[in-house]
Design a protein around this ligand. Structure first.
Ligand code: ZN
Length: 460
């Protein structure tokens, strides 16, 4: 909601310039000077009160304090007094496109449904979504291209395309069957990577898991070949991992990121030390497991900031099914989940204390684990595992962008895209204040939040 005059003025000026139709293109809109906010740069430096920053052609040109930066002739001034600015969030682990209303299926995986998820993510403050390897067909590549051209908007989509696993040991749910490569030899693994590199994927995703004993997991010589071939092509590799022992060997093999914490036991000190020493990035992926810990409505379910975003973008039948999933769970199942969850929290605490590179990754897009909502929940869960709000913000912005090789977003500093949130309250005081969103700017343009509300309520 653009409730205050300055934002409305900036938006109208951009409409007049014919820019609003092209949601994320490089823009010819006039220079805009944003003044008066508390600025959280997102790279770990201390916040700056009464800040000013100048945006031209979608890029942040200068950052300072109010009064230090002159407004170029013809420019627009936006008063953000009393607001807080931070970078848009960067989610390194999502799966857009499968859920439409109450249906979760390959049949509902369409261009428009992927876009719905990207718009919903952006509405909740997410500027980038990395699709981690269950992306059938050409849709993700076409959307990535069209976003670069400014034809469509929403959170910027990156993709791992088709990830790589052992036969019957890749992505779990039925809608994903047949999407990932299934390989059993090092040469098959290398061939898959070469195909992915030719498609210009942003990352390579592998699964190293036996899916509860269902199938043999990807063998070390195979994943070592995949990692080597990926690095030859300048691509990082993210591993879905379950077992502690696999994680130990993956670190030794040069893995770049873990898409989950290990889930069979708490990370031991040697693994934590190795992760830190080798600079491996870790997505805690807490919020999916956390959901299972309740046999009754979680205290966060109706938290006002979250509930407002839910009301705007998530159809009522989904919200009701989410609510019922908590109230219908057996206490014994919730109790078992609490034990599993405590293990994850302890691992994250250790990693954080050791200075590991923790990044936002929430497996968004699994059933009823919705874009935007799950990222916002993940930030709170990271806080609940002992990360300070400042640490959570770095993990969810600049550090995540660094993992994805995006030097142009993830921080409100000169030279990056103007991808930022205007908040009504300070997330350094309470991380849940990242939900108090007044405006989302992507490439310097205020997102038309009313249009997104209309789109998401009208399509389900
Ligand atoms: Zn995933």
């Amino acid at each position: 909601m653009m409730r205050y005059r300055a934002i409305v003025v900036a938006f109208v000026v951009q409409l007049a310039a014919g820019a609003a139709a092209t949601a994320q293109a490089p823009t010819s809109a006039p220079a805009t000077l944003f003044e008066g906010a508390l600025l959280i740069a997102g790279d770990g430096r201390a916040p700056v009160a009464n800040a000013a920053f100048l945006v031209e052609q979608g890029t942040i040109r200068r950052v300072g304090r109010r009064g230090e930066i002159q407004l170029p002739a013809g420019g627009v001034r936006v008063d953000l007094s009393g607001r807080v600015v931070m970078p848009a969030l960067v989610n390194t682990h999502g799966h857009p496109g499968f859920q439409k209303g109450l249906t979760f299926s390959r049949d509902t995986y369409t261009r428009e449904n992927v876009l719905d998820d990207l718009y919903r993510a952006a509405y909740f403050g997410v500027g980038v979504v990395m699709a981690q390897g269950i992306d059938p067909g050409e849709i993700v590549y076409e959307i990535r291209r069209d976003q670069a051209l400014g034809v469509v908007g929403g959170a910027r989509l990156l993709t791992a395309g088709r990830g790589i696993g052992a036969p019957n040991a890749g992505p779990g749910a039925a809608p994903f069957q047949g999407v990932a490569y299934e390989v059993t030899t090092p040469e098959q693994g290398r061939a898959a990577v070469r195909e992915l590199a030719a498609k210009k994927v942003d990352l390579v995703k592998i699964w190293v898991d036996d899916r509860g004993g269902r199938a043999p997991r990807l063998a070390p010589p195979v994943y070592r070949a995949i990692i080597d071939e990926s690095h030859r092509h300048g691509l990082k590799v993210s591993a879905h991992v379950f077992y502690h022992d696999d994680a130990v060997d993956l670190v030794d093999a040069g893995i770049d990121g873990f898409a989950h914490l290990v889930r069979d036991r708490e990370m031991d000190d040697a693994l934590v030390v190795a992760i830190v020493r080798r600079g491996v990035y870790v997505m805690p992926n807490l919020s999916g497991t956390e959901r299972a810990t309740y046999a009754g409505l979680p205290p966060w379910f109706d938290e006002p900031g979250l509930a407002a975003l839910v009301r705007d973008t998530i159809p009522v039948p989904i919200v009701e099914r989410m609510r019922a999933s908590f109230t219908s769970r057996e206490p014994a199942a919730a109790s078992a989940a609490r034990e599993r969850y405590a293990v994850l929290q302890r691992s994250l605490r250790k990693l954080n204390a050791a200075g590991a590179r923790i990044i936002l990754g929430s497996d968004t897009g699994l059933e009823d684990h919705l874009f935007g909502h799950a990222e916002q929940r993940e930030l709170e869960a990271m806080g609940g595992a002992g990360m300070t709000p400042a640490q959570v913000i770095v993990a969810a912005t600049s550090r995540a962008a660094e993992y994805l090789g995006l030097g142009d977003t993830g921080a409100v500093v000169a030279g990056r895209r103007a991808d930022f949130l205007v908040l009504a309250a300070n997330p350094l005081d309470d991380i849940r204040n990242t939900r108090r969103i007044e405006a989302v700017y992507l490439s310097g343009r205020p997102m038309d939040r009313a249009a997104v509300r209309a789109r998401l309520n009208g399509t389900h």
